[in-house]
Design a protein around this ligand. Structure first.
Ligand SMILES: [Zn+2]
Length: 261
């Protein structure tokens, strides 16, 4: 099991409150390590930062596993993972912001399920000092840029998965999980991904829209079409990704499911 790094906490600071925090965080990380889905999501998140740092021409100094530190206000903070680059010059603000947000944008784009709120706000805190109007514009351009680069480009999906493997090797000392994720989330398939939920089946799945052609990815990376049934039940869906695009794709899928019944 990966041990939480506490090297930034002095011995004097390792009081009962800290010990309690450490035990709870260690337990939470152990659960993540034993859950292929959560482990894959963490590796993809950090891989997103790695890939976009490298696209700026920056090198990676260190890949961090779980650690606890004290912030400027003396409050204990726990971090599941992080990437430290050797920072170089920034010539383009949008490209620089991609390095900050690529983790959570790619986790959602690849697995269909949005990143946790804490992970998103952790990454966003880096750029929250921007002027709000500038931030909004730059964020939109950076998010759209990543999605567009990711969507038709198997090259980027391979690059991110390769970096996830590198991260997994460094932090977990093994590299058996990334390939599970590649198959489970069918990263060989192009198209825009939406997270969906089935009331009848009680599962969260991924719906892929590839130029109007829709595919549903269920457990084990199995691909279903609207006329397919699982356990003799049809595959009506609810969107869990927010926004009009997701609602529209799910609506078109459900129409096809009903037409096939
Ligand atoms: Zn991050």
């Amino acid at each position: 099991m990966v041990q939480v790094d506490i090297s930034e906490i002095t011995e004097d600071e390792q009081n009962p409150v800290f010990q309690k925090e450490l035990a709870a965080f260690q337990e939470r990380f152990n659960a993540l390590e034993n859950d292929p889905r959560k482990k894959f999501r963490l590796c993809i998140h950090e891989a997103g930062h790695m890939v976009y740092f490298r696209r700026l021409g920056w090198t990676i100094k260190k890949l961090h596993g779980p650690y606890i530190y004290r912030d400027v206000d003396g409050k204990l903070r726990n971090i599941l993972g992080a990437v430290s680059p050797v920072r170089g010059k920034v010539h383009d603000l949008v490209e620089a912001v991609k390095t900050d947000i690529a983790g959570f944008v790619l986790v959602e784009a690849m697995t269909g399920e949005p990143e946790s709120k804490t992970a998103v706000s952790g990454d966003m805190s880096v750029i929250s000092t921007f002027d709000p109007d500038v931030l909004k514009e730059v964020l939109e351009a950076a998010t759209q840029g990543i999605i567009e680069e990711f969507d038709p480009d198997e090259g980027l999906r391979r690059e991110v998965t390769g970096a996830a493997r590198e991260y997994e090797n460094e932090v977990f000392g093994s590299d058996d999980n990334w390939l599970w994720g590649w198959h489970e989330f069918r990263l060989d398939l192009p198209g825009e991904r939406f997270s969906v939920y089935s009331n009848r089946h009680g599962f969260a799945w991924i719906l892929i829209d590839d130029g109007g052609q829709m595919k549903l990815i269920v457990e084990g990376g199995k691909v279903c079409s609207p006329s397919d049934k699982l356990h003799r039940e049809s595959l009506e869906l609810l969107p869990t990704t927010s926004g009009e695009r997701a609602a529209d794709v799910v609506k078109r899928w459900n129409e096809k499911v009903l037409a096939a019944v």
